[in-house]
Design a protein around this ligand. Structure first.
Ligand SMILES: Nc1nc2c(ncn2[C@@H]2O[C@H](COP(=O)(O)OP(=O)(O)O)[C@@H](O)[C@H]2O)c(=O)[nH]1
Ligand SMILES: [Mg+2]
Length: 396
């Protein structure tokens, strides 16, 4: 299982540029079938500090790669095209749009912070990026509201006298959002509502749809085109606006990321994706040098191009996922190598969750875990932390 990060945003904000720079294009042909079936789904990576050096090992990753102590762990990235007004009703590419959204575990909303594209993606001046943030949130909320209404309808159409729970019908209707009955119940009560939709007015339903959306579609904002001075001005304004405190903003230049990747592929610069610096290692023309210096300005200012940071913020910060290395308490290497795997697990995962993630047999036979770094035993319900190195001890 690997997580799917969805890139959303209105046309011309830089989604494809972001996607192309993040998916690197160096994935071996045919190794990942979906890259050829659907060009909008690709393999990106999130960086994790490799645990191997701490154990005086050198790692042999089974997937992804390791570059000088930085592990690049594969994750799926989807370029979700088709956000236009009414997309939730199936307008434009609406249905494809909703299918792609359904499959995404977390969203990166790409916003043109320079304010130079209007709602339709046409060139303009002085567009407020906050309008785009509001627009996407509203579009998602309306989609959720429709599904919520269907769930309420399902509840209502149940047999008279039958013992029914609203959260059960809603959970069933919202199964694609992977929200459980118990959590739905907590959300309803948390909104100050009782468990009878007959008492919910329009505002209550909207508020409920919004809250469910926030929980099931965590999102961060890639503030793109930050190489443009107007974007920097907008960024300062939006990130200090308390109305937007609930969101995480990452300054990005997809342009810079794309150009650096190209230059690195061509051997002109020495640069590892996500790094906060690069070095020009070939002779370049004056024009190329000037271009690279403009990129350096952005990279210095924001500690990188922002593309890698946005992916990692989405997965690890906004979604709360963590990286776990399977290890072994007495030396980490087996015949196939050391630290071959690095798994990304959901927030709150325990030793037992990890064991089941490895294999259901391992989960069923679990005795306890070992925290390999500390060299101590951990219980099956012990909550793991990011970058833990864990051995699973089983009965078989
Ligand atoms: N200045 C600037 N322009 C960008 C950046 N990223 C994308 N663009 C430009 O914005 C336009 C739309 O980009 P594209 O990736 O096709 O956007 P999409 O429609 O959202 O997929 C193109 O002209 C890009 O060159 C960026 O980081 N900075
Ligand atoms: Mg595009």
């Amino acid at each position: 299982m690997s997580y799917k990060i969805g890139l959303v945003g209105k046309p011309s904000v830089g989604k494809s540029s972001f996607f192309n720079s993040a998916t690197m294009g160096d994935v071996p042909e045919g190794a990942y079938p979906f890259t050829t079936i659907d060009p909008s789904v690709g393999e990106a990576y999130v960086r994790v500090d490799c645990a191997a050096p701490e154990f005086d090992e050198s790692c042999t990753p089974s997937v992804g790669f390791c570059d000088d102590g930085v592990r690049f762990v594969p994750t799926k990235l989807v370029d979700v095209a088709g956000l236009i007004p009414g997309a939730h009703e199936g307008k434009g590419l609406g249905n494809q749009f909703l299918t792609d959204l359904n499959e995404a575990d977390v969203l990166i909303h790409v916003v043109d912070f320079s304010g130079k594209t209007d709602v339709e993606g046409e060139a303009t001046e002085g567009h407020d990026p906050r309008d785009d943030v509001d627009f996407l949130e509203n579009e998602l909320d309306m989609w959720y509201l429709e599904i919520l209404e269907k769930g309420i309808e399902r509840y209502r159409s149940g047999y008279e006298g039958e013992e029914r729970a609203i959260e059960a019908d809603l959970a069933e209707q919202m199964s694609a959002f992977k929200i459980k009955e118990e959590e739905l119940k907590q959300v309803i009560l948390g909104q100050g509502l009782d468990l009878d939709p007959a008492d919910w007015d329009g505002t209550d339903r909207e508020g409920l749809a919004r809250e469910i959306r926030k929980r099931t579609k965590p999102m961060c904002i890639a503030a793109n085109k930050m190489d443009d001075p107007d974007a920097r001005e907008n960024f300062a304004e939006v990130t200090s606006d308390p109305e937007y405190d609930h969101l995480t903003f990452v300054p990005v230049s997809a342009h810079a990321a794309k150009a650096l990747k190209k230059a690195a592929d061509a051997g002109v610069v020495d640069y590892r994706a996500g790094d906060d610096e690069f070095e020009v290692v070939e002779d370049v023309s004056d024009e190329q040098r000037a271009g690279l210096e403009r990129i350096r300005d952005h990279v210095d200012r924001y500690d990188g191009t922002g593309v890698q940071r946005a992916l990692e913020t989405a997965l690890f910060d906004v979604m709360g996922a963590m990286a776990i290395f399977p290890g072994s308490a007495n030396g980490s290497a087996d015949e196939k190598g050391a630290f071959r795997d690095c798994f990304v697990l959901p927030e709150g995962s325990t030793t037992e969750d990890f064991a089941y993630h490895l294999h259901s047999d391992i989960g069923e036979g679990l005795l306890h875990g070992v925290d390999c770094r500390a060299g101590r035993q951990i219980g099956s319900d012990h909550e793991l932390s990011d970058r833990d190195v864990v051995e699973v001890v089983t009965t078989n």
